[in-house]
Design a binder for this molecule. Structure first.
Ligand code: NAP
Length: 319
């Protein structure tokens, strides 16, 4: 294998966790490459406003990501735009394989692949994706100017994006399956104060209906009374959480029932030298600051691991 395809550390994923890991790795003088299949920034890049990242009272998600990226580039972190198909643990080196067959090797790998918007899996959801069904208010909200939309979910994302959409659209129905929101108190208060948002509790969306021009209405069911009805609208924004992107997690690594990678306090998995960070890792909450903290922890631990590994290889070669 050419030396230019061998690294100390490969980071897979360019969200806050991966980029922070990259910053720490470059500062530790590790030969590092970060692989990102799309635009660096992850989920945060499509978040409108961030109000809880220390040091920034309010900053756009995209702008915050650009700052992470600039910081990583300041240390000349190498970033490749590629899709990783598999990661394969090895005795001497771990390997990462791209869709085009290219293989890179490294002493350590940090899995920072994040998560993807979870689906409702109801009729019409796939059919009308891009024709009224969306998983990103900041990307698609503009298309629903002065129209009626529904937001489905009760977490921070649903509340935040319902508020965002309430400023653009004529009306927002916020539909939640329970009677209490999971999202933060401050966002709840803002939602309650917004006259443009009508909250519908204890209700599931059972189908998204439409025609050639896109979504026309949704079918809903009250989960207490069983009563069913339709709401006429043009857009449905679904924010019912994330599913961790665990497809490239190698076999032999423990994963929780909900798909998150289990690690120790160093963010290291069951396979020595393979770390998992950010929204992919099982932990108490998914927050940008926690993703960044994971990236830091894993990178520091990886640096120790790599140093010990190189020392062991040197001893073996001498012996
Ligand atoms: P989340 O906190 O997991 O909330 C998902 C919501 O969707 C919950 O209200 C859940 O209902 C509902 N839900 C799940 N499956 C459903 C289904 N099949 N049908 C209907 N509803 C369903 O996800 P999130 O809001 O995307 O947030 C993810 C993480 O990012 C959280 O830790 C959040 O705090 C963080 N975040 C933070 C900010 C911020 O601080 N600015 C912004 C966005 C996200 P139940 O409540 O009944 O379970």
């Amino acid at each position: 294998m050419p030396e230019n395809q061998k690294y100390d550390l490969i980071i897979i994923g360019g969200g806050p966790a991966g980029l922070t890991a990259g910053i720490y790795a470059m500062r530790a003088a590790l030969k590092t490459v970060l692989i990102e299949k799309g635009v660096p920034g992850g989920q945060v890049a499509i978040t409108k406003d961030v109000e809880n990242y220390p040091g920034f009272i309010e900053i756009g998600g995209f702008d915050l990501c650009q700052k992470f990226l600039q910081h990583a580039k300041h240390y000349e972190l190498k970033i490749l735009e590629e899709e990783v198909l598999t990661t394969e643990p090895g005795i001497e080196y771990h390997s990462v394989r791209f869709a085009d067959g290219t293989i890179l090797k490294a002493h350590a790998i940090i899995l920072a692949a994040g998560g993807t918007a979870r689906k409702l899996n109801i009729p019409g959801e796939n059919e009308y994706f891009g024709k009224g069904v969306s998983y990103c208010a900041t990307c698609d909200g503009f298309f629903f100017r002065d129209k009626t939309v529904a937001v489905v979910g009760g977490g921070d994302t649903a509340l935040e994006d319902a508020l965002y959409l309430s400023k653009i659209t004529r009306k927002v129905y916020l539909i939640h399956r329970r009677e209490a929101f999971r999202g933060s108190r401050i966002l709840q208060q803002r939602v309650f104060a917004e006259p443009n948002i009508e909250i519908i509790y204890n209700t599931a969306v059972t189908a998204i209906n439409g025609g050639d021009k896109g979504v026309r209405n949704i079918s809903i069911k009250n989960l207490e009374s069983g009563g069913q009805s339709n709401i006429d609208l043009e857009g449905v924004f679904i924010f019912v959480g994330f599913a961790p992107n665990n497809q490239i997690v190698p076999k032999g690594i423990k994963i929780s029932k909900t798909g998150y990678v289990i690690t120790d306090e160093k963010c290291e998995t069951d396979i020595p030298g393979v770390f998992a960070v950010g929204d992919l890792r099982q932990k108490y909450a998914n927050q940008i600051v926690l993703a960044a903290a994971d990236g830091c922890t894993a990178s520091l631990a990886a640096a120790h691991y790599i140093e010990a590994r190189k020392a062991a290889l040197r001893v073996r070669m001498l012996g």
